[in-house]
Design a protein around this ligand. Structure first.
Ligand code: URP
Ligand code: ZN
Ligand code: ZN
Ligand code: ZN
Length: 475
C-alpha cells in the first residue's frame, strides 16, 4: 500500500522545495514531481515537515506524591494531534531499584503508545551495580543518562556521583543529560521563604532564581569536560545557563541546550498576583522567567547555541497540584505542552520572523534526531527515512483551550492563545494517525526506538584528550 502526499512543499532543516512525497508501508520511498500511488493526501498550500520529536517528556511518571496524568496513550495522542510523532521519555528508577528492572517497567508503560518513543535512563543513585548495569542499558538501546542536580532528598545526585556516572558514559559512548539547578541552594531558599510566611506558588519561583540554574549548568559542563564526555542540558531557561553553554561551545566543547516551549512564551507574571490554582498549575522547574530571559533563548535558538525545543511534558491535574496547598514545596512540579509545542512555536517563531521554517524543523525534529542518534531514520523527509510526517497547514488557526485538548488534564497553560499553523495530517511510520482534527490510531501501535551509542564521538574525544594532555613535569 502506497500513499502519495501531493502538492506540498518539503521542508527539511537544510532546505525547502516543491515535491510530492511517496510512502510505501512505513517508509518514505520517493520524492519528486507527479508521483502516483494507491492513495493520495492533498497537501496543497501545506508544508511537509519531518514529524516532531519531543526529546523530553514524563508520561505516567510517579513524582512528588502523584503520578503524571498523561500516560503513553493520551500523551502520544496529544503529540500526533500537534504534529509530534515521537517522544523520548525518562525512565526513573526508584532509589536502589535495578536499572534494568526500571527499564522493564517503562517498556510496560510504553505499550499503549500510538506513536514511536524512546527512553533516557535516570541515574538517581550511585553504586558499583549501577556502574555495571549502565552497559546493559546501553545494549538495550538506551544511550542517554539523566542526572538531577535538584530535588534534594529524592532524585538528586551529588558531584562525586555525577562525575562517576559521566566518566562511565564516556567509556560507554553514552551521552549524559542534566537537570541543572543547585539543589542545596534551592532547599535553603525554600526554607527561607517558608520561614517568611510565603507558602504559595510564588515561593516556588522565588526559591529558584536564574543564578541557581546558571551555577549548576556551569558546574555540570566543567564536570563533563573533566570526564571527557559531551553533555546535554535539559530545560535551559535563563541567560546564565545559556551563557555557560555558549561559552563552552566557543571553547570547542560538545554541549547542547534545550529550551522548553513554555519558557519561550510564558513569563514569571504567571506566579504573582494570581489565584492559587492558576499559579500552581504553572509550577515547574525551572520556573518561568522574565522577558529578557525569553528573548535570550530565542536568540540562542537562532544562533545555534541552543539546539532543540522540548516540552518536559509532565502534566498534573489541579487536584494533584492541590497536594501543595499551604506549602509550595509540595506542589508536584510539571506542566503540559506536548500537543501545543509545534503550533505555539510556529506562531511565536515562524509567524513573527524569529525563525525560518527550516530552523523550525531543526529545533523541533532534526537536531534531536541527530543529538540523540536517530538520524536519518527520524528527523528528515528523505527516501529511506521512517514516514513520520506532519503535513502542516500554515494558515490553519485555533484557540488553545483545555475544553478541546487531547491531554487528560483539566487546564492548559496556553489557555486562550490563538495559534496559526497546525497539522492537516500526521503520519506515523506511514499510517495517517491524525486527520480532520481527530486522532485515529490503534492503541499500542507505537514502537520503542532503540538507539546506538556515540562510539565515534567518544573515540574522537579520547584521541583529542590524549593529543592535548599536558606533559608530565620533569623532576
Ligand atoms: O518541573 C518539572 N520540570 N517536572 C518534571 C521533572 C523535571 O524536573 O524534569
Ligand atoms: Zn528537570
Ligand atoms: Zn487563572
Ligand atoms: Zn523533565
Amino acid at each position: 500500500m502506497s500513499i502519495v502526499i501531493k502538492g506540498g512543499t518539503v521542508v527539511n532543516a537544510d532546505r525547502s522545495y516543491r515535491a510530492d512525497v511517496k510512502v510505501e508501508g512505513e517508509t518514505i520511498v520517493e520524492i519528486g514531481d507527479n508521483l502516483s500511488g494507491d492513495s493520495a493526501l492533498d497537501a496543497g498550500d501545506c508544508y511537509i515537515l519531518p514529524g516532531g520529536i519531543d526529546p523530553h517528556t514524563h508520561l505516567d511518571m510517579p513524582f512528588m506524591g502523584a503520578n503524571s496524568a498523561d500516560n503513553f496513550e493520551s500523551g502520544s495522542k496529544a503529540g500526533v494531534s500537534g504534529g509530534t510523532t515521537m517522544v523520548v521519555d525518562f525512565c526513573i528508577p526508584n532509589r536502589n531499584q535495578p536499572l534494568m528492572e526500571a527499564l522493564a517497567d517503562w517498556h510496560e508503560r510504553g505499550k499503549n503508545a500510538v506513536a514511536d518513543y524512546s527512553f533516557h535512563m535516570a541515574i538517581s543513585y550511585w553504586n558499583d551495580q549501577v556502574r555495571d548495569d549502565m552497559e546493559k542499558v546501553v545494549k538495550a538501546g538506551v544511550t542517554t543518562f539523566k542526572h538531577f542536580m535538584a530535588y534534594k532528598g529524592s532524585l538528586m545526585v551529588n558531584d562525586e556521583e555525577m562525575f562517576a556516572s559521566f566518566s562511565r558514559c564516556a567509556e560507554l559512548g553514552a551521552l549524559p543529560l542534566v537537570h541543572a539547578e543547585n539543589g542545596d541552594l534551592v532547599a535553603a531558599l525554600q526554607r527561607h521563604y517558608l520561614s517568611k510566611g510565603i507558602t504559595g506558588p510564588e515561593g516556588h519561583a522565588l526559591s529558584r532564581p536564574p543564578d541557581v540554574e546558571g551555577e549548576a549548568t556551569n558546574r555540570a559542563i566543567m564536570l563533563a569536560d573533566q570526564a571527557g564526555v559531551p553533555i546535554y542540558i535539559v530545560h535551559t531557561s535563563c541567560i546564565q545557563a545559556h551563557e555557560a553553554i555558549a561559552r563552552a561551545r566557543a571553547l570547542g566543547k560538545r554541549v547542547y541546550g534545550e529550551p522548553l516551549i513554555q519558557h519561550l512564551v510564558l513569563d514569571e507574571s504567571e506566579y504573582y498576583d494570581k489565584d492559587w490554582k492558576h499559579a500552581a498549575r504553572r509550577v515547574m522547574s525551572p520556573p518561568f522567567r522574565d522577558k529578557a530571559n525569553q528573548d535570550d533563548l530565542w536568540n540562542g535558538l537562532r544562533a545555534g547555541s541552543l539546539q532543540v525545543v522540548a516540552t518536559d511534558h509532565c502534566s498534573f491535574t489541579t487536584k494533584q497540584k492541590e497536594l501543595g496547598f499551604g506549602d509550595f514545596t509540595k506542589i508536584p512540579n510539571g506542566t503540559g505542552g506536548l500537543e501545543d509545542r509545534m503550533p505555539v512555536l510556529w506562531t511565536h517563531g515562524v509567524e513573527t520572523g524569529r525563525m525560518t521554517p527550516n530552523e523550525f524543523v531543526a529545533v523541533t525534529s532534526t537536531n534531536s534526531a541527530k543529538i540523540l542518534n536517530m538520524y536519518p531514520r527520524k528527523g528528515v523527509i528523505a527516501p529511506g527515512a521512517d514516514a513520520d510526517i506532519a503535513v502542516w497547514d500554515p494558515k490553519a488557526m485555533k484557540t488553545i483551550s483545555a475544553k478541546s485538548q487531547v491531554s487528560v488534564i483539566d487546564y492548559n497553560v496556553f489557555e486562550g492563545m490563538t495559534v496559526t499553523g497546525l497539522p492537516r495530517y500526521t503520519l506515523s511510520r506511514g499510517e495517517v494517525v491524525f486527520r480532520d482534527g481527530r486522532v485515529q490510531a490503534e492503541i499500542g501501535r507505537g514502537r520503542f526506538i532503540a538507539r546506538q551509542p556515540f562510539a565515534e564521538e567518544a573515540r574522537a574525544l579520547k584521541r583529542y584528550k590524549a593529543f592535548t594532555a599536558p606533559r608530565a613535569v620533569a623532576r
